[in-house]
Design a protein around this ligand. Structure first.
Ligand code: TXA
Ligand code: MG
Length: 315
């Protein structure tokens, strides 16, 4: 069932049920993060491997100390700069957080989402919400309530409808451990923005071997093959006879056999991110044989867009 009934969502969560919630990035499939039985339902519903930990959503930065052994000055600075918003911070967990949430890791991922309905929901609850993206594992993440229902069916007791997600790609994940900030997943907030806000170098996985365990190579997959090309004009010339869906970042001429999806008419990165998953869903549903997408420029949120497209294209 989908709707906007906050009282219903609250009571379902209080009694250990799953509720899909809107955030500014993508929809999440939420449960009481402090109730291991409720959390186990998330893993089942998503068919998610138990080694892939969940993000805990909290109402404000004031709540962090309840779940970590250390809220370092650096992590506080990040929270102050970006919360509510699309930054997830990984910190050393304390015993309040069930091991199931962190898949046995000694660290927990926390964020304050920037969505009025979910912030209101969090303020009505006396526990935080564990929530991965509200889709079956390894499929394209949902940015509308309708896509949640399509992917999860009835396994969410309720889908709280908050409209289309603003950002459209998942949060950026950084760990703040031993006074080092390390980028674990590209997302809604760019590395450049983070470095500018805290004046500290953000390490990347090229510098170091820590990864978010959920960064499986294949992810965000469409049913149809998706091919990532370096030059769309070129690719369109070479594929004039096959029926093909094309994800375009700017206006381009296509032929009869080419089904265009205009993510942005003028290469606007936020717009591209905002439309990415929904257009991938649509391209997956049309009558083409495969999907073509162009590699995005590697700056700001463009890197998160590339990351998602690359994973979608791995077969
Ligand atoms: O924008 C988002 O982050 C959305 C919304 C719903 O908040 N959530 C989301 O969750 O994308 P999910 O589960 O699809 O991706 C969470 C990622 C996974 O790659 C997981 O491995 C990583 O976060 N993660 C969670 N806890 C972690 C931890 N303790 N250490 C390292 N990585 C962690
Ligand atoms: Mg996900």
């Amino acid at each position: 069932m989908t709707g906007t009934d906050l009282a219903l969502a609250t009571s379902l969560l209080q009694s250990g049920h799953l509720v899909a919630i809107p955030t500014e990035t993508v929809y999440g499939l939420a449960a009481n993060a402090l109730d291991a039985t409720a959390v186990s339902k998330i893993y089942n519903a998503k068919q998610r491997p138990s080694f892939n930990p969940l993000i805990i959503h909290i109402a404000s930065a004031d709540e962090v100390v309840k779940y970590v052994t250390e809220f370092s000055p650096l992590a506080q600075q990040l929270a102050k700069a970006f919360w509510p918003g699309s930054l997830t911070i990984v910190m050393p967990k304390n015993d309040t957080v069930p091991d199931l949430v962190t898949a046995g890791l000694p660290n927990v991922a926390l964020r304050v989402p920037k969505h009025p309905i979910t912030l209101q929901l969090l303020s009505l609850l006396n526990f935080p919400l564990a929530a991965p993206s509200a889709n079956i594992s390894n499929t394209v993440s949902p940015t509308t309530a309708k896509r949640v229902a399509q992917s999860l069916g009835d396994s969410a007791s309720y889908i709280l409808d908050g409209g289309k997600c603003d950002v459209g790609v998942e949060s950026t994940i950084v760990s703040v451990l031993e006074n080092q900030v390390t980028l674990l997943r590209e997302g809604g907030i760019s590395k450049e923005q983070i470095e500018a806000a805290i004046g500290v170098h953000v390490r990347t996985q090229a510098d170091e071997k820590i990864t978010a365990p959920g960064q499986l190579k294949k992810h965000y997959a469409t049913q149809k093959p998706l091919f990532l090309v370096d030059d769309m004009q070129d690719a369109l010339r070479n594929h004039q006879t096959k029926k093909v869906s094309v994800l375009l970042f700017e206006t381009m001429e296509t032929t009869e056999n080419q089904i265009p999806y205009l993510l942005s008419s003028d290469y606007n990165l936020s717009e591209i991110a905002n439309n990415l998953f929904e257009m991938m869903h649509l391209a997956d549903e049309d009558n083409s044989d495969f999907i073509l997408a162009e590699r995005c420029i590697s700056e700001g949120i463009g890197r998160a867009i590339n990351d998602r497209l690359l994973r979608a294209s791995v077969r």
